[in-house]
Design a protein around this ligand. Sequence first.
Ligand code: NAD
Length: 471
Amino acid sequence: MKDLSKNYINGQWQDWAGETIDVHEAATGDVIARVPASGRGEMEQAIAAASAAFESWSESTLEKRLHVLEQLHAGLKERAPEIAETVCREVGMPIKLATGIQAGLPATITKSYLKLLPEFPFSEQVGNSEVQYTPVGVVGCITPWNYPLHQVILKVVPALAAGCTVVLKPSEIAPQSAYILADILDKTDLPKGVFNLVCGEGQTVGDTLIKHPGVNMVSFTGSTRTGSLIAHAAADDFKRFALEMGGKSASVILADADLAKAVKGTVNNCLLNSGQTCTALTRMLVPAEKHDEACELAAAAVAKMTPGNPLEETTRLGPLASAQQRDKVIDYIKLGIEEGATLVAGGPESPEGCAHGYFVKATVFGNVKPDSRIAQEEIFGPVLCVIPYEDETEAIEIANGTAYGLSGAVWSGDDAHAKKVASKLRTGQVFVNGGDFNPLAPFGGFGHSGIGREFGKWGLKEFLEVRSLQL
Ligand code: NAD
């Protein structure tokens, strides 16, 4: 078991002798690490350190920032196998996927900022004015557990690149990769106080971070419920905030689409990380006359997704990250049955051979009513809702008919047709006929899915204030 009873404050590891939080292995339920349940005092110290470091870091040269980010990138590459295994154990994502995504994406994102930063116009001329982009100040970063290092990197790297100083409060459910990050940064030439890590519960250290007057901006990824608390807290002293929250994304399969390809693409996306993905395509909209065939194809696709040990190279579906998440997902599966949806595959029972750990069967519901709770609420598990529609107008109405708007997909035999429908979706990103993920494209949500954008130049701009000099 790893003893991580420490916080990283002002360039030093500070031992913590108070209460700790257990971190569990998703596949067994065993305790694999302990982290501090830090108090408000530790968070206040970290904010003070970040405030003290701000002036100097905000005036640092681009060369200096690039140098530190290069060191960070090298560290992430070097420690990729350790990061992949750590997240695989904590979150349950199969090791092969965790290597590519949980460990690979943080390095890719860091590299993208190494390229982008020298090209970014930190000042521009508009008529007789010089418009300057200047770092927003001390940034509080609060992150969830499903892609724990990726979500941290999406905030910390552009914030540091912009010249901001950072206090990170990672998820207490999957905190270990943040410790690896702090260890890598500790070995770089980053000045003390520029990056700080404090681990603990949201209601204590998270609460201090979002309400502290020394914090200029809160960048949050997590549930819509916590995002709303943050927006309210930020309003009191007009803190800036960026929120990346939940989703209930629709995969719209049009009548002229290759049904088998579209269903396969949707199922794979929905089940990625056992459905613990904010952008998961959890509602599959199909023409009513193709509903039964689509359900059969979906059932055949999930039959190949037998849950298993995520540390094995061949496993495609791992457990969920916590007992609480497993129980929540099972309750939603029971609710779907009560609501009258057709259980096409899976169900609420534990999968065979998975007596320990937080496993749930990959589940498909057919004939789901668009306004039912399983079609409206984020389940965050391996559950797909198949929803029949009569015509394209209705499909778009159903796709846009939730409080969320994070992601989506459109499938058609004709790219122009797919793009036309995609442009009508009230959502931050749409995958058109299986288009590739692009780490330079903006990422974020409409409505209850969020405010603000991450990735690429949009992610950098979040951490910059605008000043204009009239000359
Ligand atoms: P969560 O909101 O419970 O927790 C997220 C973070 O907020 C944790 O670090 C937690 O400790 C902290 N927190 C909790 N209460 C707090 C409070 N009162 N004050 C300050 N901080 C507090 O979310 P989660 O369960 O960890 O993550 C799952 C959610 O995250 C899902 O809804 C998912 O859709 C969302 N998510 C969104 C994106 C995105 O980019 N849009 C990405 C990943 C996950």
